[in-house]
Design a protein around this ligand. Structure first.
Ligand code: PLP
Length: 386
């Protein structure tokens, strides 16, 4: 098998599994227990938070464990909106956010909040002028993703943070695709809240974190025990948290090398695909995740291409993993100005730490061959070419 869907999820690193195992088999105590056996788990929890905090240049007391990116995004938006509803009821986000933001803003709208959805250009870059013009006296939060999962475009997070803070507005960024892959300077870039998810950076699934700037008041999503300083109840999943901490350390150690290696491989892949007749590259050519390729081929449906490649043992995706099977075409590409039909054509190829040039070569030659076959089978496309 050739796995090229690292934006959907990553394989847990061997070092991570090794670090997690003792916390299932031996040190399984409850981190809240008073005896020293429980204390071992508590120490492991703190160490994991220290590793994550170091990667962001923040304090470990500002890291709150969650069940992943979805919970972190839900918590950031609902927690801040409900805490600040007396101050203001206006939130700004973008049209290309992940559904764990957009479905939450819909719910907040039903609760009486008002939301502005800022547009992007055809490369997926946020319109900063429109962002500034959307700001109102009652704006309480700006939430803009760091990197888009479907098209890979990176936002100018520093500029967005500056705009937010110049107006005294809190800034949240969904960094689920970026943490562990991109350098993030939380303090310098005026980030107040940041979401991340371990399974996107070679950690286990079902665990993530929310960075919450010290002193920031936020309502809890989960009520119960006093875990996470009383902000997020529930017995901690220590093995998973330990794994996330080790994965964060590993990612930081490999960051520069991995970015260099993967962006070279990515550009090599883009150059090959670009030569296919009609190929459209989605997202920004340079300001994009180093492992991310998103393209479409007129006359070809993304899902058909994914299935044909699956028959050859190659895993790629036709957009966001979480939209699969819904029958919807990408809201991201449509927001960028592509038609529904064009959006149905997109495929996403995302590289990982174990991806080799040989694997990419093999996968791309299969893509090119499949595009040719699918176009031959599409009478509308053949008609157009005559
Ligand atoms: N935000 C972005 C940008 C994502 O890509 C994803 C998952 O694909 C999420 C949030 C949700 O994260 P999780 O799968 O950990 O709930």
């Amino acid at each position: 098998m050739i796995y090229l869907d690292h934006a959907a999820t990553t394989k847990v690193a061997d070092e991570v599994i090794e670090a997690m195992t003792p916390y299932w088999k031996e040190s399984y105590g409850n981190a809240s227990a008073l005896y020293s056996f429980g204390n071992r788990s508590k120490r492991a929890l703190l160490e994991a938070k220290e590793n994550i905090a170091k990667a962001l240049g923040v304090s470990e007391t500002e890291i709150y464990i969650t069940s992943g990116g979805t919970e972190s995004n839900n918590w950031a938006l609902k927690g801040i909106a409900r805490e600040r509803r007396e101050i203001g009821k206006h939130i700004i986000t973008s049209k290309i956010e992940h559904h764990s933001i957009l479905h939450v803003t819909q719910e907040l709208e039903a609760e009486g909040f008002e939301v502005s959805y800022v547009e992007t250009n055809e490369k997926g870059e946020l319109d900063l002028e429109q962002l500034k013009n959307s700001i109102r006296r009652d704006t309480i939060l700006i939430s803009i993703m760091f990197a888009n999962n479907e098209i890979g475009t990176l936002q100018d997070v520093k500029a967005i943070g500056e705009i937010a803070h110049q107006h005294g507005i809190l800034f949240h960024t969904d960094a689920v695709q970026a943490f562990g892959h991109e350098k993030i300077q939380v303090k310098e870039w005026h980030i107040d809240l940041l979401s991340a998810s371990a399974h996107k950076f070679y950690g286990p699934k079902g665990v993530g974190f929310l960075y919450i700037r010290k002193g920031l008041k936020i309502r809890s999503l989960l009520q119960g025990g006093a875990q996470e300083g009383g902000k997020r109840a529930g017995t901690e999943n220590i093995p998973a948290i330990v794994g996330m901490g080790v994965a964060a350390s590993l990612a930081m150690k490999e960051l520069e090398f991995s970015q260099m290696r993967l962006s070279t491989l990515r550009d090599y892949g883009l150059n090959i695909l670009e030569k296919v007749e009609g190929c459209v590259i989605h997202g920004h050519r340079k300001m994009r995740l180093s492992n991310h390729i998103s393209v479409s081929f007129p006359g070809v449906l993304g899902e058909e291409l994914v299935i044909m490649l699956d028959l050859k043992g190659i895993c790629i995706s036709s957009g966001a993993a979480c939209s699969m099977g819904t029958g919807d075409s990408s809201h991201v590409l449509q927001a960028m100005g592509f038609s529904r039909e064009e959006a149905y054509g997109a495929i996403r190829i995302t590289l990982g730490r174990e991806t080799t040039k040989e694997e990419l070569d093999k996968a791309l030659s299969e893509v090119v061959e499949a595009v040719g076959k699918l176009r031959m089978m599409n009478p509308a496309y053949r008609g157009e070419r005559k």
